[in-house]
Write a protein that binds this ligand. Sequence first.
Ligand code: F6R
Length: 616
Amino acid sequence: MCGIVGYIGTEEAVPVLLNGLKKLEYRGYDSAGIAVLGKPGLVIRKSKGALKQLEEKVAAELKTGDGASLSGAMGIGHTRWATHGEPSDINSHPHTDVSGKIAVVHNGIIENHGKLKAWLEAHGVIFRSETDTEVIAHLIDFHYNGDLLLAVVEALKRLEGSYALGIICENNPDRIVAVRKESPLVVGSGRGENLIASDVPALLEYTREVYYLEDREIAVLYRDRVEFYNEEGQGCKKESSHVDWDVSAAEKGGYEHFMLKEIHEQPKALINTLRPRIKTYAVKSINLEEIGFDGSWVEANRVVITACGTAWHAGMIGKYAFEHFARIPVDVDIASEYRYRNPVFNPRDIFIIISQSGETADTLAAMRMARKSGARIIAITNVVGSTLAREADLVMYTWAGPEIAVASTKAFTTQLLCIYLIALQFGFLRGTIGGDVLADYIDALENLSAYAARILDGKENIQRFASRQFNKSKVFFLGRLFDYAVSLESALKLKEVSYTHSEAFAAGELKHGPIALVDESTLVVALCTQSSLFDKMDSNIKEVKARGAATAAITYEDVDYFDKTVDEVFRIPHTLDSFTPILSVIPCQLYAYYCAVQRGLDPDKPRNLAKSVTVE
Ligand code: F6R
């Protein structure tokens, strides 16, 4: 999704803006632009394509001496992910009003832009782009009477939809106005300089003191201070937060790609997620007091889990885990479906909402529906201060550290760990798991980090396999129970980063249709970690083999059941069958990564995808 940066201080703004936009590249974009306000007034440069193209444009201008117009100590910048209008220079942000004195960058969608456009056109405004954003610049101008804040307050009254906005005006060269609704925006407060950004990594070189804006809250940034206002323009107070993770956590650290780095960070992330939640007195137990999880939560009649994409797959594993450990009914739903259905609520339902970013539009909408029904909400998210974290009753952070690659890896495995902890504690408090058994489960969870590291040590096997198989036109993942959910996640990873047509099937469904697709061009990867179903999986593998498919299995290192059936076996350390997803997904993440690299693709920035889907 789009990325926003803004700077006001004493340094030249251009390098700060370009640097900030670079840190937001992971969000996905197709064009970029900046607006700088200096002595020559408001100057805008935009470019379709990679940020590098904008950088080259600006560098060429600076080299020839024409760059004086780009000199200025305040400005705003943007990476655009096209929604309204094709990627082009003209549709790139910043957008301005007719006179060119007001510049706006926007992330989100203005739902009533058609109506507003017609209304503005009736007032003589001539539009230049196809974007929804341009109406904002004209609206602010329509209400502008010398005071930028007041003009923004008035314009917001007319806007429907979602937005994070950075706004500057030639006539108010000492301030940036920023506001958000349902799209992320963070204010960074430095010494003699202040900034805005869509995400914290873009701020960390300048400051660690940040303010997370609430919906409809407005910030006015001056060089030496930041003022906050409500949507009516009345001043309000706000507490800053200190970011204590390092900028290096958001950089590649010697790995070729963020995706590979983040796959390798899983052993550490699993420890960070688990350790603060375990009490190790006489008998090990789970400590969820930090998040306020007490006995009242387990009186629920039903658990409802909603999420999108990878987080939804984590939710599916959550269903199996809750049923298995806590013996409570669970519904798991795709947030974009849930929000438009007519679901039956029960006041004793509890909702678990999972989202790496905590900003996914559909997921937030599903959460708000649940909230309206009176249900209590647990959020599992990776981003401190995200909208989901702020609106839920309880937040369990995944502590995976910033996830930059578009394809989610370490966020997934740490989401799973959070779900296991909640499901186990649920079971313990409901009496379906005894204290001693719980302690054994905790031991098993504690082993997972070292086991994950062991799988990563053997990554060359997967790399070699990928170098032979990366051109397969069809890859199917098969599994049963927990393995089925991992199959879904594995197929998603592979299609996202390598553009291979990959699908997941519940192995028992094979004969009900999908087997018609299997031929010599197919690779079938069978997830085989559910011990009671080994014979069923073995039969399924033989069925696809008989139709010419190449086959691989992922199973335990001490199991030789499949050695004679498949062409290739990948092994994971032996853990409880119900905890295997955290391990068995790792070879599949690596396989997806190596296939992308073999195909000459950039796994960090898959085509058409954005890291944080803040619009529908
Ligand atoms: C897959 C992926 C997406 C996200 C989905 C939800 O690798 O990254 O499928 O999982 O867009 O995003 P969050 O978890 O931020 O709500």
